[in-house]
Design a protein around this ligand. Structure first.
Ligand code: SF4
Length: 138
């Protein structure tokens, strides 16, 4: 059975804490939790018109991860590529006020911040596995 590669696309989130969490959680899924099963794209390149990126959501079931209610990753993906399979909203998990706080340099990330990242990782993982299960049952 061929392994389905599932796309996980984080917003670029340089401006608020929710974006920091979005990027760290997506990175952890890609590099540790679902290594080899998850793929991603660079959102700014995608928006700038990278040809390969444009077909991404058609080629892979895709989960977007957004740091706040502006939904940049979901909106860009659906506008430029195709409908996403599921979404993760960081503000719904860590609270809107926390998500809207200032962005954080990775060297200033604390244990408490990483616990929030792990809550988001778990939400991504659950949605990721639900999509994967649906494919393998087909
Ligand atoms: S969704 Fe929010 S945190 Fe993410 S890039 Fe857009 S404005 Fe920034």
């Amino acid at each position: 059975m061929e392994l389905v590669k599932i796309g996980v696309i984080s917003c670029s989130g340089e401006d608020c804490f929710g974006g920091t969490v979005s990027r760290l959680a997506t990175r952890k899924i890609l590099e540790r939790i679902r290594l080899g099963e998850a793929v991603t794209i660079c959102l700014p390149l995608f928006i700038a018109g990278g040809e390969e990126e444009r077909g991404f959501a058609q080629a892979h079931p895709t989960i977007t991860v957004d740091g706040c209610g502006k939904w940049c990753a979901k909106r860009a993906t659906e506008k430029l590529s195709g409908k996403v399979s599921d979404v993760v909203q960081v503000a719904d998990i860590i609270g809107q006020k926390t998500a809207e706080g200032p962005a954080l340099s990775t060297r200033n990330v604390t244990k408490e911040h990483m616990e929030m990242v792990d809550q988001v990782v778990e939400d991504i993982r659950i949605k990721f596995d639900r999509i994967a299960d649906g494919y393998y049952k087909k």
